[in-house]
Design a protein around this ligand. Structure first.
Ligand SMILES: [Fe+2]
Length: 191
């Protein structure tokens, strides 16, 4: 137990130090991705209460929120077959697959807000357990995620802000119509 706690504490300390000392989003995400990759490789185990899916929709549990909201760490859990709508993040983000797998469908971020016509697909990729991907920088942050496989998908996500409280865009990919939303945070049950 002690060892596991120290592993996560060290990760949080390292990311806090990177966020506080590096300005460029591309550099931060590269360094955070390397650090997250070693966390996953170390065999780190999340507490079970933050890996539980919901039958309703995918859930986002907070693992750490920086006191100044400069970054946050989340466990995001999809039950089998669940998917997100097409959405943006408005900041940088790094995703590591902890369990299961996800299919990511990327889109070019429209230059302006409002309806700009159908979104342009920018490729898709299946990410599997142990893999780490830079999902977002502020200028390239639009995607949808679909859980694949026959077990719940769990991702450890790092974002350059308090992702549960930020205003973000939802897109209708067919029309480009935008709706702003705040995702909120889910509360682990039985923790
Ligand atoms: Fe996302």
């Amino acid at each position: 137990m002690e060892h596991k706690g120290q592993t996560m504490d060290a990760f949080i300390e390292d990311v806090a130090s990177l966020v506080g000392s590096v300005d460029d989003e591309h550099k931060i995400t590269e360094l955070v991705a390397a650090r997250l990759s070693s966390l996953l490789d170390s065999g780190y185990r999340l507490p079970p209460e933050v890996t539980r899916p919901s039958d309703e929709h995918h859930v986002t549990y907070p693992l750490y929120i920086a006191p100044d909201d400069s970054w946050s760490l989340a466990s995001v859990v999809w039950n089998v077959g669940q998917r997100t709508p097409v959405h943006g993040h408005e900041t940088w983000g790094v995703v590591g697959i902890y369990a299961g797998g996800e299919r990511e469908l990327r889109y070019v971020k429209p230059a302006a807000s409002g309806s700009s016509g159908a979104l342009t697909p920018a490729g898709e990729h299946v990410w599997e357990r142990g893999q780490v991907t830079v999902c977002c920088t502020t200028d390239d942050d639009v995607h949808a995620v679909v859980a694949v496989g026959d077990e719940p998908t769990v991702g450890i996500h790092v974002y350059g802000g308090n992702i549960g409280t930020m205003s973000r865009r939802l897109y209708d990919p067919a029309t480009g119509a935008v709706r702003w939303f705040v995702s909120g945070w889910d509360t682990p049950a039985g923790g």
